[in-house]
Ligand binder design. Structure first.
Ligand code: GRF
Length: 217
């Protein structure tokens, strides 16, 4: 160290930051929230690569704006799902990704992908799992008539939205809610809990036993 330079206690070196790979297919507002939390210092991580399977995804413009490297992998350019996943895994590994963040990524995760990143893939779902998994969680909640819904951050396993739950946040469902109004209320919570879950992972505070995630302290 140069004489006179005092190390910043509490400020992590670039090499200490958790390296994220963010997978998107659309708007990318959850990715934006992660970027904002990184930029305001409340999330000690770095996005090494953004990967979109949709060349039209608005999230790509967000990545560009923040000078985050991105690539587009179009399903049609690959012979089969296996080839797509091999390329996906290689792109993440080549960028040193330690935690994969699914942020509105509209593809089923294959066993090969899971094996490449065991307990290192997170997803956010717009419902209080195990209620309303799969597509249109908000619409399912409105149609079912529940009074409370919300969002869930969970580890990804081989099922659809079935992995161990890290954090959930609840919101009321109002009598006059539509899918859109409920989705907007839930999205605000998503933007809070996803960065929080990632920081817990970065701090090594998460341990998984069976279905349960334990959070230290
Ligand atoms: C969010 O509602 C998330 O819960 C779901 O997909 C949506 C992605 O939204 N998995 P955005 O692209 O982050 O705005």
């Amino acid at each position: 160290m140069y004489a006179g330079l005092i190390p910043f206690i509490g400020v992590k070196k670039m090499s200490d930051l958790l390296k994220l790979g963010v997978l998107i297919s659309g708007n990318g507002s959850n990715m934006q929230s992660i970027i904002d939390h990184i930029e305001n210092g409340s999330l000690k991580a770095v996005i090494k690569i953004v990967i979109s399977n949709n060349p039209e995804a608005y999230g790509i413009s967000r990545a560009k704006k923040h000078n985050i490297p991105f690539i587009v992998l179009k399903s049609n350019d690959f012979k089969n799902k296996e080839d797509f996943d091999v390329k996906l895994i290689k792109s993440l590994k080549d960028n040193g990704v330690e935690l994969v963040i699914l942020a509105g990524f509209m593809r089923i995760i294959s066993p090969t992908f899971l094996k490449a990143f065991p307990q290192k893939i997170l997803n956010i779902h717009p419902a209080l799992l195990p209620s309303f998994p799969g597509l249109h969680g908000q619409r399912q909640a409105v149609e079912y008539g529940v009074k409370v819904s919300g969002c869930t951050v969970h580890f990804v396993d081989e099922g659809v939205d079935t992995g161990p739950i890290i954090i959930q946040s609840a919101v009321p469902v109002l009598d006059d809610d539509t899918e859109e109004t409920l989705a907007a209320r839930i999205l605000k919570e998503e933007h809070k809990i996803y960065p929080r879950a990632i920081q817990l992972f970065a701090d090594g505070k998460l341990s998984v036993k069976g279905r349960k995630v334990f959070i230290k302290n």
